[in-house]
Design a protein around this ligand. Sequence first.
Ligand SMILES: Cc1cc2nc3c(=O)[nH]c(=O)nc-3n(C[C@H](O)[C@H](O)[C@H](O)COP(=O)(O)OP(=O)(O)OC[C@H]3O[C@@H](n4cnc5c(N)ncnc54)[C@H](O)[C@@H]3O)c2cc1C
Length: 336
Amino acid sequence: MDTHNSSITGHADADQDARYDVVVVGGAAAGLSGALTLARARRRVAVIDAGAPRNAAAGHVHSYLGREGSTPADLYADGREEVRGYGGTVLAGSVEDISRTEDGRFSVQLADGRQLRARKILAATGVTDELPPVPGLVERWGRDVLHCPFCHGWEVRDEPIGILAVDLGAAMHQALLWRQWSDDVVLFLGDAGEPDAAQAAKLGARGIRVVRGQVTAVEGAPGAPVVLMADGERVQRRAVVVLTRLQARAGYLAGLGLQPVDQVANGLNFGTAVPAGPTGATSVPGVYAAGNLAAPMIQVLPAAAAGLAAAAAITAELMMEEVDAAVAGAAAAAAG
Ligand SMILES: Cc1cc2nc3c(=O)[nH]c(=O)nc-3n(C[C@H](O)[C@H](O)[C@H](O)COP(=O)(O)OP(=O)(O)OC[C@H]3O[C@@H](n4cnc5c(N)ncnc54)[C@H](O)[C@@H]3O)c2cc1C
């Protein structure tokens, strides 16, 4: 998907050395939603976006009320226009570093040399999906290689599904969950271990076939992936389901002392995220995080909601600073 279309302002139009109330890093669901709320709150806001939303490989966005089946490109292009419609700025670019300035604000350094100033930062740069190291997965990612039944399950309903196990507990959950969409689910165990009696009973009761041995590759034409086993067996599927590792895209926050931390569920370390509270506030004053960057498991709609919540909190924080300054100014005027 090319999100760097004409609706993102390119380098030539960039607002050099501009000062903003808020710079939003990342311009997909979380970032654009936050920017829309900030622009409508009459805040000077700039979004910097590198044009690689997490769901770029997928043809359509599903389970987003009111926009069911939009392409990711259309959804975010509309979001950019909505932000601009209220006076916000959306720039194509990649943020490399953010540092605190002497006056307590932020200097945002872009990879192409541009620099923006801001009072607050909303970080919404999402995660990168790291796929298991099986040849053939990357090329089919988001189309025949899937991860989320709520995103893609309907599209492959009643079709043959294969689950490539990475972790046995997670693979059990995936297999039993995807069984909701198809009665032809095969679990490829690989190195994940052997199901115990209780797990085997669940798989058996739901008619999920187990294939043992190493998966060496996934190949085949679009819409017809074939799982190749080390012993030469070939298992035709319509979709192959994987568990990805979710890595926070947070390198540009390191200079502020903000580091992503490991995410663990049911004993499985499944990635990293930037710790943030319910309104997106991080441990660094003035820096908020929203969307997958702070909550790697959430989907597009809750990512947009998180951007909105962070924008509301930022607006309140800016308001309090301005009230304090006004009170101090009034006191000074009365004294002098
Ligand atoms: C294949 C696939 C299909 C999916 N399908 C669905 C679906 O149908 N429905 C659903 O609800 N969810 C779906 N999801 C989940 C969905 O992608 C996420 O919930 C959503 O992308 C999170 O939005 P976000 O704004 O937090 O992050 P992202 O969408 O990842 O956006 C982050 C943005 O920040 C930018 N960025 C990153 N680093 C920088 C930087 N340093 N400087 C500037 N910009 C930067 C990126 O280029 C990107 O545009 C899918 C996920 C995948 C992997």
